[in-house]
Design a protein around this ligand. Structure first.
Ligand SMILES: Cc1cc2nc3c(=O)[nH]c(=O)nc-3n(C[C@H](O)[C@H](O)[C@H](O)COP(=O)(O)OP(=O)(O)OC[C@H]3O[C@@H](n4cnc5c(N)ncnc54)[C@H](O)[C@@H]3O)c2cc1C
Length: 414
């Protein structure tokens, strides 16, 4: 793989850009692999990457039924933060956030990480207490966050209205090194690095069955034939229930649409991410100038992967109280993704009842931020059979009643 660099840009500029290589290869599937990962979203690709980088396992295929990054990874609002309450969550999200800091250099691909800061607004006394508690927990966990007063919120976000009619702003949980990244670039960067290690990324390859013998996985059936493997990682977000069904076990998970929308581009007016969990809306400004807006999940389980009018109305109505300027914006696009939500709002990174099958799912509305950390831990789990980062996120927690309750941290979408 030729490295991307300023010299490469200069060289290609002089020869009409005819020397760029394809970023990743599109090979035919082999008969068998050491490891198959189902799902070429961020989590599947990151898992493959760290299997190769950290454990030297490169006889790997990533099978994707559509195009890579075409699931939730290419549909999210790109917020990155690690201000979670419980220790296991803070550990994996902070590992992830810290990997994001240098991911562009690591992958030799500009993922446009922008640590512009994230504020979670406190708009009720209950939230004030909750976020102060999170700030204290974060201090013990080594995650840099602070609870800031309303005047400081106004300083950071001049366009905010502190005295909303229903919910005045009483402060906020501020994470200065939280921010955003370019979601497609994260998938593309990992894919390019995996391909450079000789891994196979096979798009338009849908897994339709999972073969087992004596309680152990032997391979998968796909629309491009049967493929054998020693180990299988299921990393398919909202479709996890289907894949688990193919493997003969059930998951404590629900699939539901989560929607987002963007406005017309406007001049720079907000240089951080603001989340308003009480009214259920959040907003940031993209590099193009569009206001990127998201809200809560649909109130019913579905697989629609598209937007709906009632959602625009609810989310925009909520945000107008805190950001009156939103009322004057024209909305350009709206879309949806199918997210996988667990009862305790924490992910599942686990062995399964079938020997050789591992599952990574349940990131719900907030898994973009977790991609590097999840890939790091899940690769270790698949390679070695255990991983300190994943230890608390096993399927066994649901029958042991050992929940990792993050319903506050995950309170609004993402
Ligand atoms: C509107 C919206 C906003 C969001 N905002 C944020 C945010 O701001 N911050 C944040 O951290 N998170 C956010 N999220 C959540 C985040 O996008 C997801 O948690 C994360 O992208 C999940 O990544 P993944 O790799 O697990 O899944 P995906 O990216 O969905 O990848 C799974 C892949 O599996 C493939 N697949 C499914 N079934 C099969 C099969 N049978 N065979 C082969 N392939 C299959 C799918 O096609 C898909 O490409 C948001 C999500 C949405 C929808």
């Amino acid at each position: 793989m030729k490295r991307y660099s300023v010299f490469a840009i200069a060289r290609e500029a002089l020869r009409d850009h005819m020397g760029w290589e394809r970023a990743w290869a599109s090979p035919e599937p082999k008969k068998t692999y050491d490891v198959i990962i189902v799902g070429a979203g961020g989590h599947g690709l990151a898992t493959a990457y760290y299997l190769g980088k950290n454990f030297g396992i490169t006889n790997v295929a990533v099978l994707e039924k559509g195009w890579l990054g075409g699931g939730n990874t290419g549909r999210n609002t790109t917020i990155i933060r690690s201000n979670y309450l419980q220790d296991p969550s803070a550990a994996i999200y902070e590992k992830s956030r810290s990997l994001y800091e240098t991911l562009s250099q690591d992958l030799n691909y500009n993922i446009m990480f922008s640590p512009r800061g994230v504020i979670m607004l406190a708009q009720t006394e209950h939230e004030v207490r909750g976020y102060k508690r999170t700030a204290q927990a974060n201090a013990l966990q080594g995650v840099a966050t602070e609870f800031i007063p309303p005047a400081r919120v106004k300083e950071i976000v001049p366009i905010i209205n502190l005295d909303g009619p229903r919910y005045p702003v009483l402060g906020g949980l501020w994470q200065a090194r939280g921010g955003t990244a370019r979601h497609d670039a994260v998938a593309w960067g990992y894919a390019r690095a995996c391909s450079a290690m000789g891994m196979h990324i096979i798009q338009k390859c849908e897994v339709t069955g999972i073969s087992r013998e004596n309680g152990r996985v032997t391979g998968v059936t796909t629309n491009r034939g049967d493929i054998g493997c020693n180990k299988l990682g299921l990393v398919v977000a909202g479709h996890s229930g289907h894949l688990a069904d193919m493997a003969g076990f059930r998951l404590p998970i629900e699939s539901v649409a989560l929607q987002a929308l963007v406005s017309e581009p406007i001049k720079p007016c907000m240089d951080c991410v603001v989340m308003a969990n009480t009214v259920h809306g959040y907003m940031s400004q993209s590099d193009k100038g569009e206001m990127v807006i998201g809200g809560g999940t649909d109130g019913y389980n579905n697989y629609t992967q598209r937007g709906s009018f009632h959602h625009i109305e609810e989310t925009v109505r909520a945000l107008i109280e805190t950001f009156p300027m939103v009322a004057r914006l024209k909305m350009l696009r709206q879309w949806g993704g199918i997210v996988d939500v667990t009862g305790d709002r924490s992910p599942i990174l686990s062995k399964t009842p079938v020997d050789g099958i591992f599952i990574n799912c349940g990131w719900g509305t907030g898994g973009f931020k977790a991609i590097p950390g999840s890939g790091w831990g899940f690769a270790e789990l698949m390679a070695k059979g255990h991983s300190p980062l994943c230890a608390e996120f096993g399927l066994d927690r649901f029958y042991q009643g050992r929940f990792i309750d993050e319903s506050v941290a995950a309170g609004v979408a993402h």
